[in-house]
Design a binder for this molecule. Structure first.
Ligand code: FAD
Ligand code: NAD
Length: 441
């Protein structure tokens, strides 16, 4: 019987295991996961940390170890794969609780090893406050008890996690300072988005220090390279993640130009029988056709589903990504999809950004709010290339319509003419994204 080995058991790994099990009940599936839990929502961690009474920890776990086992998946947690020999089709592993080492044979393997938090080389003295990342449930378990009573927190990194956690920590009563190395927040977004988010942070009492690098964390707090010291009881490092590729690379699997594992549309690595999916793997951008690396949960699940189908003998293909993403910071939603202007230029397009500020619903409705929306359109043929939006209402709808339109290769003309739902409590006569589409025609 074919034996499938899956390394990593969060989003991509467990989605693949469940899909493969469903499609071929007789498959022998072994999942090895170094953490004690599987299939948890890392995306929910900032919300559990913010309000553990409202969001119980166990609700973050989509499916328990026991349930996977009941489905006939041999799932071993606290087991780390140390080495994979793709010629001999054997994986060498360590049981982390006992230290005992063993080997497991396999016919097919999926690398679903994810990503890890990047920890910059900063000096941390022994008497420094805790300096923690937020990547895993274990990281969140370490953070949770530190959040009461509240004190002073410094967040290093003004990206997705830094901004979500700024809200969480303010909600828990902390004084929060956010340190970003770049001259502005959210370098991947339009500068105007960063400005709106910056003002919003100030309104909610978050102090933002831009263009700053951390030299050291010591007893007195975080010392920046210009000598300024930010007092801190806790320091959260949120400066990005890196794909976990060591295991696959050591086994001879090729990495792509982004640094993540290169895969084809079937999630194959190029070595027979070896697949990769999720945050450890690249994806192809639907607009540019180029390999990209977006470490996002929905992509990990979609890639895991394709890998699981193919591990079970199917012919699924992963069509690619737009990098569609959204996050919440206090009362604002911030979202993007498709190419940025810079990515578009590098891919040979002639991008024109079009912007409007519009009401999210009929202007006279009490629940209507102003939102800012952008579309990036190719000057030559009006093709939609990318979109961004920020505001307190309607941003998710804006970005999902834009993503669908970009995916379908629509032009600004097409978008402006779409037949979308209208009633005053839900939308203006023309949906905000159509208003920008109209401007871009
Ligand atoms: P991972 O979740 O990294 O899981 C890989 C697993 O494999 C890990 O448990 C790892 O320890 C294990 N592993 C690695 N190597 C080995 C080995 N050698 N042996 C055994 N086990 C191994 N994405 C969104 O789309 N929307 C969001 O709102 C969002 N919010 C987020 C919030 C936070 C705080 C974080 C941290 C991430 C968020 N993400 C979000 C990203 C999303 O969580 C990831 O894209 C997703 O978890 C990736 O799943 P994965 O299975 O590929 O990798
Ligand atoms: P990020 O890439 O979103 O942001 C990292 C930020 O840290 C950037 O603004 C970067 O300029 C800054 N930075 C880098 N080095 C620094 C330094 N030495 N000092 C100060 N600032 C520095 O990464 P993240 O916030 O760690 O999140 C990791 C990934 O998790 C994201 O890329 C995203 O894919 C995923 N995520 C998604 C969501 C969502 O979709 N809602 C939420 C959280 C996380």
């Amino acid at each position: 019987m074919t034996r499938v080995l899956i390394v990593g058991g969060v989003a991509a790994g467990m989605k693949a295991a469940a899909t493969a099990r469903r499609r071929r009940p007789e498959l022998d599936i072994l999942v090895l996961q170094d953490e004690p839990e599987v299939s948890y929502s890392a995306c929910g961690l900032p919300y559990w940390l913010g309000d553990p009474a409202a969001i119980p920890r166990d609700k973050l776990i989509a499916r328990s170890v026991e349930r996977f086992r009941a489905d006939g998946i041999d799932l071993r947690v606290r087991h780390r794969v140390d080495e994979v020999n793709l010629d001999a089709r054997r994986a060498h592993l360590t049981a982390l609780d006992t230290g005992s080492r063993s080997a497991e044979p396999f016919d097919l393997i999926l690398f679903a090893t994810g990503a890890q938090a990047f920890m910059p080389p900063i000096t941390v003295t022994t008497d420094a406050p805790p300096v923690l990342p937020l990547r895993s449930l274990h990281d969140a378990d370490r953070l949770q008890p530190l959040l009461s009573p509240p004190g002073r927190a410094v967040i290093v990194g003004g990206g997705y996690i830094g901004l979500e956690m700024a809200e969480t920590l303010r909600h828990r009563g902390f004084r929060v300072t956010l340190v970003e190395a770049m001259p502005r927040l959210l370098p991947a977004f339009d500068p105007a988005v960063a400005g709106i988010v910056g003002e919003h942070l100030a309104k909610h009492g978050v102090e933002v220090v831009l263009g700053a690098s951390v030299a050291q964390v010591g007893k007195e707090g975080v010392r920046l390279s210009d000598g300024i010291v930010l007092p801190a009881d806790h320091v959260l490092m949120a400066v990005g993640v890196r794909p976990r590729t060591d295991l696959a690379a050591a086994a001879g699997v090729k990495l792509g130009e982004t640094g993540a594992i290169a895969v084809d549309a079937a999630m194959r690595t190029g070595i027979a029988g070896a697949y990769a999916a999720g945050d450890c793997a690249e994806a192809r951008h639907v607009v540019s056709g180029k390999p990209v690396w977006y470490p996002l949960g929905d992509i990990a699940n979609r890639q895991g589903r394709v890998a699981g189908t193919n591990l079970a003998g199917g012919q699924a293909r992963f069509p690619g990504v737009l990098g569609t993403a959204i996050f919440k910071v206090f009362d604002l939603a911030v979202a993007r999809t498709g190419l940025s202007a810079e990515q578009a230029r590098r891919s040979g397009f002639d991008p024109v950004p079009v912007h409007a500020q519009m009401p999210s619903r009929a202007r006279y409705m009490p629940n209507s709010r102003m939102l800012d929306g952008w579309l990036l359109v190719d000057r030559r043929d009006g093709r939609l290339l990318g979109a961004e939006a920020v505001g307190p209402d309607g941003v998710d709808k804006y970005i999902d319509i834009a993503a669908t339109a970009i995916w379908a290769k629509l032009t600004a003309d097409d978008l402006a003419e779409l037949d979308l739902a209208y009633a005053p409590p839900y939308s203006p006569v023309f949906a905000p994204v159509q208003v920008v589409g109209e401007l871009a025609r």
